[in-house]
Design a protein. Structure first.
Length: 261
């Protein structure tokens, strides 16, 4: 089973390194790809964008589904597409829109079961990546990222346990936001993915880094001082002891040992 978390704004016209890796993890150009655009408010534009991407990469079987209701997510038609898919790709947009449409539905159960069985590659970009983890960042004012309670979090799909994923990471200066998430949940590993970059989780628990940017890992297990519990909501918290690792293309990170490998 392979999970691919993409930081957003992946190259869709040049070398398309990230999308090529998505296909390489499955059956290459022979992969049956299903793109799910539930997160976006502009589904027609997203549909054309990804149809063009996979056509350029030689994929003949690409279906785009805009699952915008739980009724649709429970339908026979959607189930039939997902049952035959080799790759499911979640587009960007609003991760809450995506999880509210699909979490706990027949469609998601099919995706999760096939992923667990090792017969499906799951990729998500931006919101699609953020939704993959068990703990999901869903909002917050970036100027208040180091204030208690100002980073909004809820349950994600849970495909990746023990971690939280943030995207557009370096481009939007989201390290403070990830510090907040990890300080609030010290056992949880923070993973920040830059644009046009992917963290590819292999079945051995190691993440390969692909693309033009970096992936940042924030481990809070060794925090030796954190006053998050002592300050009031809206007050700035202080913490010491984060272990921060940043890797570029070719790097590997072992999620079990929480060290580069």
């Amino acid at each position: 089973m392979t999970l691919i978390a993409i930081g957003g704004a992946e190259d869709k016209e040049g070398s398309m390194t990230v999308h090529r890796r998505v296909l390489a993890e499955s059956r290459g150009a022979d992969s049956r790809v299903c793109v799910i655009t539930s997160a976006t408010a502009e589904p027609e534009a997203a549909k054309k964008r990804y149809e063009d991407v996979y056509a350029k990469l030689g994929v003949d079987d690409c279906t785009v589904l805009h699952i915008d209701s739980r009724a649709m997510a429970n339908s026979d038609a959607v189930a039939a597409v997902l049952q035959k898919a080799d790759v499911v790709f979640f587009s960007g947009g609003d991760q809450m829109r995506l999880t509210q449409a699909m979490a706990g539905t027949r469609a998601f159960d099919i995706v999760a079961d096939k992923y667990a069985a090792g017969t499906l590659v799951i990729a998500g970009t931006s919101a699609g990546a953020a939704a993959a983890s068990a703990l999901m960042i869903c909002g917050g004012d970036p100027d208040k990222a180091m204030q208690k309670g100002e980073v909004q979090m809820t349950a994600g799909f849970g495909l990746l346990q023990g971690a939280v994923i943030d995207t557009h990471f370096s481009e939007r200066n989201r390290l403070p936001r990830l510090f907040n998430a990890v300080a609030s949940h010290p056992a949880t590993l923070g993973i920040g993915v830059d644009e046009d970059t992917a963290a590819v989780l292999r079945k051995d628990g190691v993440m390969d880094i692909v693309g033009s940017g970096t992936v940042t890992f924030v481990d809070g297990r060794q925090l030796h001082r954190c006053n998050m519990a002592d300050v009031e909501r809206g007050e700035v918290f202080e913490a010491e002891g984060f272990n921060v690792t940043r890797l570029s293309a070719g790097g590997r990170y072992d999620l079990k040992s929480r060290k580069p490998s």
